[in-house]
Design a protein around this ligand. Sequence first.
Ligand SMILES: *[C@@H]1O[C@H](CO)[C@@H](O)[C@H](O)[C@H]1NC(C)=O
Ligand SMILES: *[C@@H]1O[C@H](CO)[C@@H](O)[C@H](O)[C@H]1NC(C)=O
Ligand SMILES: *[C@@H]1O[C@H](CO)[C@@H](O)[C@H](O)[C@H]1NC(C)=O
Ligand SMILES: *[C@@H]1O[C@H](CO)[C@@H](O)[C@H](O)[C@H]1NC(C)=O
Ligand SMILES: *[C@@H]1O[C@H](CO)[C@@H](O)[C@H](O)[C@H]1NC(C)=O
Ligand SMILES: *[C@@H]1O[C@H](CO)[C@@H](O)[C@H](O)[C@H]1NC(C)=O
Ligand SMILES: *[C@@H]1O[C@H](CO)[C@@H](O)[C@H](O)[C@H]1NC(C)=O
Ligand SMILES: *[C@@H]1O[C@H](CO)[C@@H](O)[C@H](O)[C@H]1NC(C)=O
Ligand SMILES: *[C@@H]1O[C@H](CO)[C@@H](O)[C@H](O)[C@H]1NC(C)=O
Length: 784
Amino acid sequence: MLRALLPRRIRFCISFLLWLTISLAQTNTTPSTGGNFPATISSVNITKGANITKPGCQRQCGNLTVPYPFGIGLDSGCAIGPWFQVNCNTSFNPPKPFIGEIEIFEIADNLVRISNVMARKCYNQVGELIDSYTAWTNLGGTPYSFSDLNTFNVIGCDDFALISGSQGRNFTSGCVSLCSKAEDVLDGYCSGIGCCQTAIPKGMKYYLASLSSLKNHTSVFGFDPCSYAFLGERDRFTFRGVPDFSDPEFINRTLANVPIVLDWAIGNSSCSEAQKQSDYACEANSSCVDSNTGFGGYRCSCKEGYEGNPYLSPGCQDINECADPNNNPCDKMCINSPGGYSCSCPEGYYGDGRKDGRGCIAKNHEFPVIKLSLGLGFGILSLLMAISWLYLGIKKRELIKMREKFFQQNGGLLLRQQVSSNEGGVESTKIFTAEELEKATNNYADDRILGRGGYGTVYKGILSDKRVVAIKKSRIMDESQIEQFINEVVILTQVNHRNVVKLLGCCLEAEVPLLVYEYVSNGTLFHHIQHSGVSWMSWENRLRIATEAAGALSYLHSSASKPIIHRDVKSANILLDEYYTAKISDFGASRLVPLDQTQVTTLVQGTLGYLDPEYFHTSQLTEKSDVYSFGVVLAELMTGKKPLCMERSQEERNLATCFIMSMKENRLFQILDPRVVREGSLEQLQQTAELVKRCLCLNGADRPTMKEVTMELEGLRKFTLRHPWANDQQHGQDESVGLMANEIESSDLYTVPLSPYSDLAPLSGSQYSLDSTQMTFPASNSPR
Ligand SMILES: *[C@@H]1O[C@H](CO)[C@@H](O)[C@H](O)[C@H]1NC(C)=O
Ligand SMILES: *[C@@H]1O[C@H](CO)[C@@H](O)[C@H](O)[C@H]1NC(C)=O
Ligand SMILES: *[C@@H]1O[C@H](CO)[C@@H](O)[C@H](O)[C@H]1NC(C)=O
Ligand SMILES: *[C@@H]1O[C@H](CO)[C@@H](O)[C@H](O)[C@H]1NC(C)=O
Ligand SMILES: *[C@@H]1O[C@H](CO)[C@@H](O)[C@H](O)[C@H]1NC(C)=O
Ligand SMILES: *[C@@H]1O[C@H](CO)[C@@H](O)[C@H](O)[C@H]1NC(C)=O
Ligand SMILES: *[C@@H]1O[C@H](CO)[C@@H](O)[C@H](O)[C@H]1NC(C)=O
Ligand SMILES: *[C@@H]1O[C@H](CO)[C@@H](O)[C@H](O)[C@H]1NC(C)=O
Ligand SMILES: *[C@@H]1O[C@H](CO)[C@@H](O)[C@H](O)[C@H]1NC(C)=O
């Protein structure tokens, strides 16, 4: 599962990083300025710019502006050559410009428009020619030629005309226009009926238009007495139909409206040749254009982004495209540059800055920064999240794996086995999670510690449902202790007795196993015995506690589904709740004894001072071992002394021995707790002492069962009377309380085993307080 999950996470991470990279890249691609665009506004125009003519030259002739290389005035030096000299005849009003004989209408960059001539023939009714005019123009020897913008036109209904070109190309072309009825003539355009139009080749220098008629107009005289032929600019002439045939204004109107277009060029050499010549005409920032008329020659043209007269020094000037905000495509900011310009946006705007593009888009002032930092921030945040997610995922896996390991290490499998073999109510035992208990103990805070022992630490815990519990946290566990741990869990889950501490649950996920008990608030019986001064420790209460403990042990021995031998009965393992009710605890060493067996051979386990000597010697564990230990507890209750005390003399060191000796020597009352002597009746005390004596019999068989002990104690409780002769001279020597204090702590639910002892002899020389220390002896003679 881990293997399956991990690649998926990594896959996700990779695609996430890719996405992130792309997003960041996109964030950075917003342009802040438009590009540099070529100028498109201004077309090269010879009449534009500051200087149009040579200095000192006349600029206008009538309405016509005459730019250099043309110039007004014959031999004035204003023109580049004789064929560019414009004769401005001021006898006309307004003055009329002429080049040679030809009137000039317009001078443009690459052409001039000149006045037209029209050929015509008019007939009378009988077909006699009454008026005839032939049109021709010869441009030979001039830098001009007829432009192909011109067409040859023939107007009439009984005509054909020929046009002959020469100089360069000898050619003849013609147009035939025949029609019989006026109704057939279409007006509005030259369709071939009444009006014929034909194209002419470029570069023609000479033309002659001659008109001929088939029937001398006799058949069409009624509506068409004349015929016309002329060369003229296409699109300028509009055929109006039949009215034109007889309109006397037709010639004047047409000549006024339809010019002849001429191409012009400088010289008769090509650009490459001209550039080598001294009279090369093109000035700075202009380029040379070869004439396409076929006769050589060139013209000059301003480079893109420049304007002005390319033939005049100092050449073409840069166009300030930004000068007129209405005449450039920039939205907000226009930056002029030589030969071009660029649009840009002021701060706070973005886009290409062009009106025909995206323009300048107002933006939130901090927007790009915010966007970038937001994007970056989000990206980094997401990256961190992804990494921590991945990390946590792996960590969680590890944790789960570790918990599984702990579960096994902590005997989870063993517990499961036990549960399945004993169909006890383990299901009523809650399995707590590690987090739950961590929370309950405020992460095992020091102020929650209830007690510390050899085995581990007991914490006060408050569960989420406000229940107060005691949580026992073991110390580092070894294999041998796992079994004890499981043992306790299994036993306690099968036991339900008011005088046995209740196990609520456990947690196996943690490094060390954790047991959760009901919270027993008033500490151990051992503690209270050592503080005999406390008021509640009356003889009556002592008897009650003894009875309760005995009842619980009796229950364990007989009532439970399988007899349980506690194996570690001692006052430190009897807890007292808020009502001073006894609760037997610490079942770590306990044994479940199968019903058909009365004794089991085990490792000898128990606490010095309480340990049954018979069991110690034979390793044969029976219920009677618990009876012996209970006898010691009872002796403790009566005397208020510790079961084992190094401070006492050799004979008195062991309380059990000491008690028996005192009884034998009839000085029992010397070792009894003065308060007990005060409060108990002689009979009661004697009977109780007898019971202790029987419990402490060396031979287990001579000891009463716990059931008998319980019944006897219950009997004794019935006549609890205050002893009348309670004497204060009894010198029941009070044990040093201070000395005990540190040992109370170690009287924990759990105790730690010491290294094996072969016998009790080394104890005499030991400086340790071993009264509450559990010892584990390998049974030398009887292996398990
Ligand atoms: C116009 O001609 C004059 C005289 O040659 C010259 O000084 C001036 O710079 C010219 N202006 C431009 C814009 O070419
Ligand atoms: C000359 O210009 C005036 C006004 O600018 C105009 O009325 C007139 O028709 C023009 N004449 C020619 C011949 O173009
Ligand atoms: C101007 O035109 C008139 C009439 O066509 C002509 O007589 C005269 O000589 C011309 N003047 C010049 C300077 O060409
Ligand atoms: C110059 O260019 C303008 C348009 O930009 C045009 O109207 C004008 O006729 C041009 N003049 C010549 C002489 O080509
Ligand atoms: C063109 O025609 C004329 C007369 O018809 C002739 O003299 C001349 O040599 C011709 N030119 C060419 C190039 O054919
Ligand atoms: C047309 O007129 C010419 C001379 O004007 C004449 O020679 C010719 O015969 C005439 N043709 C017709 C068909 O009348
Ligand atoms: C046509 O114009 C010429 C001169 O330009 C003039 O003498 C003649 O009378 C005009 N024709 C008509 C019909 O107006
Ligand atoms: C070119 O023009 C020059 C004078 O401008 C002239 O001498 C020369 O013969 C011409 N060449 C041709 C091929 O027309
Ligand atoms: C072209 O014009 C610019 C100014 O617009 C000028 O700085 C540059 O020198 C000119 N180029 C030449 C070859 O004169």
